[in-house]
Design a protein around this ligand. Structure first.
Ligand SMILES: Cc1ncc(COP(=O)(O)O)c(C=O)c1O
Length: 465
């Protein structure tokens, strides 16, 4: 709502705000431009290690990487508090798709910083939350889905938790949920039970039975499709009317970056529809990163979407659901929606996704993917035992290093980190290395530099030791 009688509008149109924004943007651009990849500054090494030790003590556990950011960065480059500057190919596990210290984003954030509250919540929200919900719902339904509603939350696990609660309330009397093997749904008590990793829920009582179904196997497409369908049918017969829904990642994220052809998902979704089992697409990791804003749009599964969740690069997480699943008041609520800056950033990212040329076979995401793949294949041609595909999908890039063991992946990740590239693991059998690059700002030169470092790490004789 725009009105000159609102004090908020008068503040934002004060010429001092425009002037300050210009100054801040210029300062950010000037200082960020000084960054280039480098190792640590010697005199900072010791105090940095002390900070890491204190942090490990406070958390009760050491960090996976010795990573403490300084607060500076530019695009894919990030400065750590020991002065080193590295290429960030994991971006907070898929969150900072816009890159570090984005100077186009900064002017959008100034009104958010000047806004009356840091956080917005369910009871008191500002207009940005309404506008974000509208953008999200419009984007989700652009190719025919019927996701009438969207409830905002501040973590992927919470978005999934809300989704599962909506499903249970909708399907009265249901008590079980279907999920794929190797699913990752989060780490709350409920989503931790859906996540197919017993070591993540040690000591937790199991309250919701999860029926796991094997995922598509590209090495035996026909057979594995039939296997999935038969196992689902078996569960549905064994527990009639007991399943609140089937939660599925269309590209398995933590499971190792594997997807399946459209026909696989269509036959599965049709089977579920025949049995009145709602279909829930967990797009916390896929959102924005495949060849359409939603992976269900890429796979043209819009008609099947009953519940969908997004997170990570959307900054704010959200649970979408059809009108007939709209829960009774009281089921969903929370103190925080998120911070005003995060909400404004989410709006900016969604605008970029819609206005930029990111999607489709000729889009920037496909281009980025093929640039990485070209380099991965060239390294594979030189040393087939050092790197193997499949290479992931779109902005979810992965490879299997060495023999695919967890130790090998860890070794490669730490060697890459030392050499100046931050990546992370995905999957367990085999253990893979994944990149979630900041594709909104990533340059071709950054891709080449990262792949040069990767090549020198993978071809280094020290990796054998
Ligand atoms: C598919 C999927 N669902 C849910 C989650 C949980 O999200 P969060 O870590 O924001 O709670 C993740 C996180 O990696 C994810 O990849």
């Amino acid at each position: 709502m725009e009105s000159k009688s609102l004090i908020a509008q008068q503040l934002l149109s004060d010429p001092r705000v425009a002037q300050a924004t210009e100054l801040l943007t210029a300062a950010l651009a000037e200082h960020s431009a000084k960054l280039s990849a480098r190792g640590p500054i010697p005199e900072l090494t010791e105090p940095y290690q002390k900070w890491l030790d204190v942090f490990a003590q406070l958390r009760g556990n050491a960090l996976f990487f010795p990573y403490l950011g300084s607060g500076a960065g530019q695009g894919a480059l990030v400065e750590l508090a020991d002065g080193s500057v590295k290429y960030d190919m994991i971006t907070g596990i898929g969150v900072h798709a816009m890159g570090h210290a984005n100077t186009d984003l900064l002017p959008e954030l100034i009104p958010a910083v000047l806004s009356d509250t840091v956080m917005q919540g369910n009871l008191q929200q500002n207009t940005e939350s309404l506008l974000l919900s509208k953008q999200l719902v419009t984007l989700a339904n652009q190719h025919g889905a019927s996701l009438n509603h969207c409830f905002l939350s501040s973590s992927g696990a919470m978005a999934n938790e809300n989704a599962i609660k909506v499903l249970f309330q909708h399907k009265v009397g249901s008590s079980r949920i279907l999920a794929f093997q190797n699913a990752f749904a989060g780490r709350t008590h409920l989503t931790g039970q859906v996540t197919d990793r017993p070591k993540n829920r040690v000591g937790q009582p199991l309250t919701v039975p999860v029926d796991y179904v094997p995922f598509f196997d590209a090495s035996r497409p026909e057979e594995s499709t039939q296997e999935t369908l038969q196992i689902v049918e078996r569960y549905l017969q064994r527990y009639p009317d007991a399943h609140c829904g089937f939660i599925m990642e269309l590209v398995q994220g933590e499971g190792g970056y594997y997807s399946a052809p459209r026909e696989y998902f269509v036959s599965l979704c049709e089977l579920l529809k025949r049995h009145k089992v709602p279909v829930f697409f967990d797009e916390i990791q896929t959102f924005g990163r495949t060849y359409a804003p939603f992976a269900f749009q890429m796979l043209e599964l819009d008609e099947f979407a009953d519940v969908v969740t997004v997170g990570k690069m959307s900054q704010i997480c959200a649970t979408f659901f059809r009108q007939e699943l709209n829960p009774k008041p009281g089921l969903l609520s929370q103190t925080f929606t998120s911070s005003t800056t995060a909400i404004v950033t989410a709006r900016w990212i969604l605008r970029k996704l819609v206005e930029g040329n990111f999607y489709g076979p000729q889009g920037r995401i496909a281009d980025i993917h093929s640039r990485f793949v070209r380099r991965f294949e060239a390294i594979h041609a030189k040393a087939p035992d050092r790197i193997q595909g499949p290479w992931g999908i779109g902005g979810m890039i992965a490879f299997t290093p060495l023999d695919g063991s967890a130790d090998a992946a860890k070794k490669v990740l730490h060697a890459l980190y030392e050499a100046g590239v931050i990546a992370f693991v995905a999957g367990a059998g085999p253990a893979r290395v994944r990149f979630l690059p900041p594709f909104l700002s990533l340059t071709d030169d950054e891709i080449e530099n990262v792949c040069d470092i990767l090549e020198s790490v993978l071809l280094s004789p020290e990796l054998n030791s």
